[in-house]
Design a protein around this ligand. Sequence first.
Ligand code: BTN
Length: 259
Amino acid sequence: MAASFSTKIISRLRASQIIGSHLIYLPETTSTQDVARREAAQGAAEGTLVIADAQTSGRGRFGRHWISPTNANIHMTVILRPGLNHLPALNIIAPVAVARAVEGVTDLVTCIKWPNDILVGERKLGGILIESEIIGNQVAYCLMGIGINVNMTVANYPEIASIATSISDEAGYDLSRELLLLSLIKELDELYLNEYRGEVPFDEWRSRLINLGQKVTVRFQESSQEGVAEDVSYNGDLILRLPDGKRINVSAGDVTLQR
Ligand code: BTN
């Protein structure tokens, strides 16, 4: 059976300036988002990283189940306390950090499905769940949840077998989760600090998006809308050209996208 995270390697995370400067490591939990929410509400420091070897109730966007088998994948949540005007950039920073990290430690080529799914080819390798607690016009805390399929054999999970993939499925060998984690934390730390200096990796994010120019169906809670994914705006919205020629902006939190 694959090993749990080594605490020796994990302690190297403390070299980062913000992300991972504090660590909560759990062999198993319901969801790292739940743990992070409790910790954040009790005043956990910005950058606190909650990481688990397994989740029993891992969840994705729109309440979907997120498969989180023991010791196979990365399941983590970072507690952030950004200013309100910095929130939109997190949807850009997070997938770019994952894409760079995966490409930094493998030969795989990744792309992003708007807003923040990480794909290899057309299959999903990783996902991001950003949940924010906003009080008045202040962000009390923001939970950046990241799941990456590292050493999971996706064929063993029929419910996602046709749409998902993992690093081991793509590369043909198991990858050290610690190596990937260290690479991811380094990228996230750098991107988060740079965003505060006004540098958003917008062009990189945009150039990695696979949807642009494609016909898509945008699913809102109770309705759907077809159109062409024409562009994205600097704050991460999708600019959708409707069949009647009108252009609308849709924001990441409101929709899912299908081809
Ligand atoms: C998505 O693509 O729908 C987002 C998936 C996010 C999954 C991660 S795994 C770590 C964190 N804990 C959770 O329960 N979800 C996120």
